[in-house]
Ligand binder design. Structure first.
Ligand code: DQQ
Length: 539
């Protein structure tokens, strides 16, 4: 359907057609990044799930390979569901995944490459004695899924965790194994948080407190914090928590119980779910993939013949300045798509004004921007004891003393459609500033069968820091990062007029009491090659 073809993205990973959901088993192997994903080969809605597979040299340009695994066994005939890869020290590759059986029981299965000498890992073998794990006593048959990458214990065993729930408490079950075929259940739960419901796609990994590099999943010790991430089936968001992992007690404890996993910090305050990290041994970093669904109607998805994209892979690391959150930032490889750029220095944006930025086209952009509020305005402005919350504070058109201000992306010239990405600063009753970072979809499309929420959250801003943001725009996706990736928001938007050459970019300032000074660099972004692999082609 060419009618909706402008919504297709140009540098985000997508299959050629049909439905995609969770990232599965990401890894780097013999020169190639491997990406598997939940895929419906038969339509643009969830169902008939198998594993799609693609490979890349740089996680930006992709070659689609044949399906890696299909639903051809009793133990996965209702779906080859989410799983994770573990690369063993001797070079073996282990894939553990959830199968929904012929009786829709969730079980864990083992698979491995047919030929470890094939860097593309095209063929996969399912272990003949699958399943390797069935729901343990006390766990319901449909509450046992999404095994993690394994990490080593000091005894030299491999440990994994699997999400579940007990009544309304989300839990992470733990198993040790030496051969990935037989497992020993640990009675302790790695973590459990009452009221959070089913935990999908648990991810558990170390981050360094000292180095900027990522850590292999088995690293532990003094200079390490652990990250626990869960995808809450009840509210469809990915939550993480920083804390301490006690190997002997088989227990993760959040540093800050207010931010316990499932109730505190989110990876992303827009659409971003079922995410998974892997350790990239090529570049010594930890990379995060996230599934970005649609916010249009299922009818529209069927009409356009596809649904969902994947985030640009993000580097995740500990924010050493705050110590209390992660930083997420698009992998540097995406910068290879940058074409010509326009720079704007120290533009003064007056209260209540909109400034058009003269750039070529505005459907594929990488934007870096910095904003400053006037010092005098900060001093003069009155204290407030109302908490600002992006999602229910009236969006980008509701004016306050020190916000909102930021950018309109995917806007048309008449501003009949535009998506504001902005900061909103409030001076608290204690005199301290509190900054929110938001993305407002309420005017992003004239279509009425799309969600029009306002997303966002607070973002820590430290003494002496300017407000800074980065935005990746790609037709129907807007990925926004504030303060180096402390707070991230991904939106799907469906403009009907702000498309192709009609799309524009604007600065805006809806603060009442301050001018805002903005400096920006805006790159046009090339499209990535994402196409089927033909064995005879050169890569
Ligand atoms: N998607 C998979 C499940 C997982 C869910 C099925 C999360 O394994 O729990 O497609 O989106």
């Amino acid at each position: 359907n060419t009618m909706l073809s402008w919504q297709r993205t140009s540098f985000h990973f997508q299959p050629e057609k049909n439905w995609m959901n969770d990232p599965n088993g990401p890894m780097y192997y013999k020169g190639w990044y491997h990406f598997f994903y939940q895929y419906n080969p038969n339509g643009a809605v969830w169902g008939d799930i198998v594993w799609g597979h693609a490979v890349s040299r740089d996680m930006i340009h992709w070659l689609h390979l044949p399906l890696a695994m299909v639903a051809d066994q009793w133990y996965d005939s209702n779906g080859v569901w989410t799983g994770s890869a573990t690369i063993l020290p001797d070079g073996q590759v282990i894939m553990l995944y959830t199968g929904s059986t012929n009786e829709t029981v969730q079980v864990q299965n083992l698979a491995y490459p047919a030929d470890l000498n094939d860097p593309l890992l095209v063929d996969w073998i399912k272990y003949p004695a699958n399943p390797v794990l069935v729901p343990p006593p006390g766990i319901l048959p449909k509450d046992f899924r999404d095994p993690t990458t394994a990490w080593l214990t000091s005894e030299g065993k491999w440990r994994i965790t699997i999400g579940s729930k007990i009544n309304k408490t989300g839990v992470a079950l733990v198993y040790d194994t030496v051969d990935f075929k037989t497992y020993e259940r640990k009675e302790d739960l790695l973590d459990a948080v009452p009221g959070t419901g089913m935990w999908e796609c648990v991810d558990f990994f170390p981050v360094s407190m000292k180095s900027e590099n990522g850590l292999d999943t088995s690293v532990n010790g003094e200079e390490v914090k652990h990250v626990m991430k869960v995808s809450l089936d009840d509210d469809r968001h990915d939550y993480y928590s920083l804390g301490n992992y006690d190997e002997k007690k088989v227990k993760f404890t959040a540093d800050d119980l207010k931010n316990d996993v499932g109730i505190g910090l989110r990876y992303d305050y827009g659409i971003f779910y079922a995410s998974k990290t892997f350790y990239d041994q090529k570049k010594d970093r930890r990379v995060l993939w996230g599934w970005i669904g649609e916010s249009d109607s299922e009818y529209a998805d069927v009409a356009k013949g596809w649904a969902s994209v994947q985030s640009i892979p993000r580097i995740v690391k500990l924010d050493k300045k705050t110590g209390s959150n992660l930083l997420q930032w698009p992998v540097a490889e995406v910068e290879s798509l940058r074409l010509k750029s326009d720079e704007f220095k120290n533009l003064k944006v007056k209260p209540g004004s909109v400034v058009s930025l003269d750039i070529d086209t505005a459907t594929q952009l990488d934007i870096l921007a910095e904003f400053e509020i006037e010092k005098e305005a900060l001093e003069k402005t009155a204290h407030s004891n109302v908490e600002y919350e992006c999602s229910n504070s009236g969006g980008a058109s509701k004016r306050g003393a020190l916000g909102p201000f930021g950018l309109y992306v995917l806007a048309d010239g008449a501003l009949s459609e535009y998506t504001p990405v902005y900061f909103y600063v409030v001076k608290g009753s204690d005199g301290k500033l509190k900054t929110s970072f938001c993305s407002d979809q309420s005017r992003s499309s004239l279509a009425n069968d799309v969600h029009k929420q306002i997303y966002g959250s607070v973002v820590p801003v430290l003494e002496g820091e300017k407000l800074s943001l980065r935005i990746l725009v790609d037709h129907s996706i807007v990925e926004s990062f504030a303060q180096g990736g402390r707070t991230c928001i991904t939106s799907r938007v469906y403009p009907t007029r702000a498309i192709y050459g009609a799309a524009r970019l604007f600065l805006f300032n809806n603060a009442i009491e301050t001018n805002v000074t903005a400096s920006l660099k805006v790159w046009q972004m090339n499209s990535a090659f994402i196409r089927p692999y033909h064995p005879d082609q050169k890569s």
